[in-house]
Design a protein around this ligand. Structure first.
Ligand code: URA
Length: 237
């Protein structure tokens, strides 16, 4: 169904209709590559609209973004304590996105946000083994015995953890860094696994989620996943 361009721009949350009319008059809006005129109509499923060089997407269209979450943000949509929300970092996306799983307030790194319920379910369901790799910095040393305990599984108050993988450990002064890969998503799992071994986590960053990593995404920035990446995530068994 076609709609007036100013209505589509307003529905996408970019501007009021009046402002959108002004943008059309100022030549900032392209319809299928040519400058749009007031009165033009379009169908977002057939036509391409650019506003100030950026493609206009419908608020219903599915979108998933990969955010490099900084410390000091909550990954919920509301916080009664008034702390900063991960969604405060997102702009120019009209869809209402929700985080896929959670990273603690002080955990950094890779967090997906989406409006695609199927994708969220696929990535967070424990039945699907989606590997999540964390870069962990702990106070003290990581002994061979501790590595074996991570690999065998640890008893936490809500049950035993599945075998985890430890890689690339290195000691720097009084701390130790290592990469820990798990596929479960128990609450504060990495911190609790470390606590169970008497290790205090001083820094925690999710650096990979299956085939996705943080390459070229600075802290606090994000990118949209491509269709083939979304399809690949949906296929993980
Ligand atoms: N494990 C944790 O302890 N915290 C996170 O934020 C993610 C995994």
């Amino acid at each position: 169904m076609t709609e007036r361009l100013q209505k589509l721009i307003a529905q996408a949350g970019l501007a009021s209709r009046r402002e959108a009319e002004r943008w059309i008059e100022e030549g900032k809006v392209l319809l299928n590559g040519s400058p749009a005129k007031l009165g033009d109509r379009a169908d977002l499923s057939l036509d391409q609209i650019h506003v100030d060089g950026k493609i206009l997407r419908s608020a219903q269209e599915k979108v998933t973004i990969l955010l490099n979450k900084p410390r000091g943000y909550v990954s919920t949509l509301k916080d009664p304590g008034g702390r900063r929300l991960v969604t405060d970092l997102i702009d120019n996306i009209p869809q209402r996105l929700f985080p896929v799983g959670r990273l603690d307030y002080n955990t950094e790194g890779l967090l997906l946000l989406t409006n695609d319920g199927e994708l969220a379910q696929q990535v967070s369901h424990p039945r699907h083994h989606v590997d999540k790799t964390y870069l962990v910095k702990v106070r003290g040393r990581l002994s061979e015995k501790m590595v074996k305990q991570f690999e065998r599984g640890l008893i936490l108050e809500d049950g035993k953890t599945a075998p985890a993988k430890v890689e690339n450990s290195r000691t720097t002064g009084s701390s130790c860094w290592f990469e820990l890969t798990i596929h479960e998503g128990k609450n504060r799992q990495v911190r609790r696994m470390c606590e169970a071994l008497g290790l205090t986590v001083v820094r925690l960053k999710r650096i990979r989620l299956d085939f996705l990593d943080l390459k070229d995404i600075a802290t606090g920035r994000y990118r949209c996943l491509m269709d083939n990446e979304v399809e690949r995530l949906k296929k993980i068994k």
